[in-house]
Design a protein around this ligand. Sequence first.
Ligand code: NAD
Length: 440
Amino acid sequence: MTLADLRERIRRREALLGVVGLGYVGLPVAVVFAEAGFDVLGMDIDADRVAKINAGVSPIEGQEPGLAEILAQVVRTGRLRATTEYDALRDRDVVIVAVHTPVDEEKVPRYDALKTALIHLGPVLKNGTLVIVESTIAPRTTEELIRPLLEQSSGKRANEGFHLGHCPERVTPGRLLHNLRAMSRVVGGLTPETTETMADLYRHVVQVDLDLTDCLTAELVKTVENAYRDVQIAFANEVSLICEAVGGDVWRVRELVNKVPARNMHLPGAGVGGHCIPKDPWLLAYSVRDKEVPLRLIPAARAVNDSMPLHVADITVGALREAGVGIAGANVAVLGYAYLENSDDTRNSPSEALVARLQELGACIRVHDTYVPEYRGDLWQIVEGCDALVVMVAHDAYRTLDLRMLRARVARPILIDGRHVFSAEQARAAGWIYRGIGQG
Ligand SMILES: NC(=O)c1ccc[n+]([C@@H]2O[C@H](COP(=O)([O-])OP(=O)(O)OC[C@H]3O[C@@H](n4cnc5c(N)ncnc54)[C@H](O)[C@@H]3O)[C@@H](O)[C@H]2O)c1
């Protein structure tokens, strides 16, 4: 099959699609293409996940508008099926790869999942298949790792036996389908014709701009946009530390700073989590590991953001001390374990770092999270008799809590607010001793 044939099949929605990795990215991608009328086969090594999807049930637990309903519908109509077998991808014209790409303790990319996927995908690629990697990867990875690995595993040459491109994702939990449709995408193929073919495909689901470019630019754009965000959040976090120390209020300061044109101070908070922001700056940094580029800002931003949960631990210890309570043996209730409001995603959760530090100091910890199955207990029982309450995630369910009723359940009215869920005035009026990020 030539690229021209493939473009025609894509235009008619007759191209058979495969999606490898059905997580926060791959599942909604599979769903929107199936909804657009394509025959989609999802592949994942997680058999439970595959079984759930085939039963028309979304394995993602947080608030995801539209996902569960459309998934059920496309499974019912047979447009989407899932499998654990790479072999089932043999007839696919396009295969999108969306497996996770973390970094290790040394901040080096761990491409094990990606490599495994490519090693198994190669042998089942039919002639002329278009492979699109949506996973976030360090700049140069398409050329230096993915292309040679796929050539080796398939026994075919890129741009002849198969075509290859990178189209990084811009979804975020809570807005998976919305971002897929309403956010512009950067599309980069090994050749301009491959890029055009990829664009033909994404035009079926993306309702806004597609920016056509090459693989390296696509890799750079994705990792830069997340490194940018990390640096901006780190700045806001550092300002919040300054405000705490001098007796200011970072929320008011931010509001007034942002009145100046071209200022966009981000939100400070109890830490940066998730699969992407904490590691994508390291993927960007990795691209220059063998070059003389003195990186200072990106590592500094990472260090600032990683320190925030520990700072929340310090605030907790300080507030308890002022109330005459030692941290060892104190009962601390933590509200929120996901990394993001209204999500069930706990990867790189700032709460994990907070809990580890408080436990190290001898505190007895109870955790609640509205969306994380492990911590979905009764919130009122969890806060009962606690010496301090720490809010780490701004789930809607916490924003609407009655602070007076909550006050009546705890042993000591110490409230540490890591996400500015409550105002200091509101909390104090309800009888709480309030400590918030960025409020001196
Ligand atoms: N989560 C986000 O909001 C987001 C946003 C933009 C980009 N990304 C990027 O997209 C990629 C995927 O992220 P995610 O959050 O969807 O990860 P995820 O962990 O939710 O999903 C990965 C899926 O791949 C499966 N898998 C692992 N190895 C496999 C293999 N060898 N073959 C088949 N399936 C395999 C896992 O079982 C899992 O279901 C990452 O590179 C990430 O950086 C994620």
